[in-house]
Design a protein around this ligand. Structure first.
Ligand code: C2E
Ligand code: MG
Ligand code: MG
Ligand code: MG
Length: 284
């Protein structure tokens, strides 16, 4: 028992905390290895036009299997962010997405645009932007097949410089979406004044929007303001027909969520791409 604060307090770390730290260090080490060995892979969640319910694009969501155990990005992304691994992870995501798009194109398939998630910090970082252009060039990816999702947190850091980099990407034809809108505290007008093409509204807003009149009014206003500034809108986490009907009526253009599709493993997503291709062939 330590009587004085000082040396004694160092020893009084709870065993649970030590275990947690050891586990985090272990997972970081494994993640570092997994990034090097490219053991992370994507599932693809289609995005649908709200009115027609047809798939128009897909979001690449990172998956990691460690010793047969599945680790959610909700766990390893924050860990990577706290350690030095996020920049490497972003690069892996950029490279894998470009390579996958190239593979599909080489098969002669019509490919829908693929969105990737980049960590909040990196649109301000010139070397990440350079890396995107490098990989788009290396794999000869048509820029309009690539979209980048960033959360509004990325806008806090250096807004002017972030906006410049967004301009560079958009000028090249790469899309930019704001992800999880509504979970931060950014002013909507500020977000929409940036060079973004798509506003993805967080699923918590979709829920609130359904639960009471206030929530609905707020959601309708977001959709209207986005539309008047020519920013398209995507509702995330749409799980019910009731939500979809409301979003259709309020002019939301795109939806994503378990109602129409969960994130799909590669083979299943390729099945969807193929039936989409056959459909396009038959009608075109
Ligand atoms: P996000 O980008 O907002 O992705 C949407 C998350 O919601 C995904 O979780 C998806 O599986 C889940 N989701 C989709 N529809 C529904 C629905 O109807 N109901 C519910 N309850 N959930 C739904 P996931 O795949 O676990 O990813 C979680 C977060 O991890 C992502 O949120 C994103 O912020 C991050 N993440 C995933 N992949 C990457 C990546 O490659 N790089 C970075 N930096 N972050 C990533
Ligand atoms: Mg996303
Ligand atoms: Mg999101
Ligand atoms: Mg979200």
């Amino acid at each position: 028992q330590a009587k004085s604060a000082g040396r004694g307090t160092m020893l009084q770390v709870e065993p649970g905390l030590i275990q947690q730290l050891q586990r985090n260090a272990f997972v970081c080490h494994q993640l570092d290895q997994a990034i090097r060995d490219e053991q992370l892979f994507f599932h693809y969640q289609p995005k649908f036009a709200a009115l027609s319910r047809l798939p128009v694009s897909a979001e690449a969501l990172l998956r990691w299997q460690l010793d047969g155990q599945f680790i959610s990005p909700g766990i390893f992304i924050p860990l990577a962010e706290q350690s030095h691994l996020m920049a490497q992870l972003d690069r892996l995501v950029i490279k894998q997405a470009c390579r996958q798009i190239r593979t599909w194109l080489d098969k002669g398939w019509q490919v829908m645009p693929i969105s990737i998630n980049l960590s909040a910090r990196h649109l301000v970082d010139d070397s990440t932007i350079a890396y995107i252009f490098e990989k788009v060039g290396e794999f000869d990816v048509p820029a309009q097949l690539l979209e980048i999702e960033v959360t509004e947190y990325s806008l806090i850091e250096d807004e002017t410089h972030t906006a410049e980099n967004m301009h560079r990407l958009i000028k090249a034809g790469i899309g930019i979406a704001i992800d999880d809108y509504g979970t931060g505290h950014s002013n909507l007008a500020t977000v929409l004044s940036l060079p973004v093409q798509n506003l993805k509204i967080d699923q918590s807003f979709i829920r609130k929007g359904m639960s009471n009149a206030k929530g609905r009014a707020i959601l309708e206003n977001i959709l209207q303001l986005a539309k008047s500034l020519q920013v398209t809108t995507t509702a995330e986490g749409v799980e019910t027909e009731e939500q979809l009907a409301f979003l259709q009526a309020s002019g939301c253009e795109y939806i994503q969520g378990y109602l129409l599709s969960k994130p799909l493993p590669l083979a299943e997503f390729e099945g969807l791409l193929n039936s989409h291709n056959r459909h396009a062939d038959a009608s075109g």
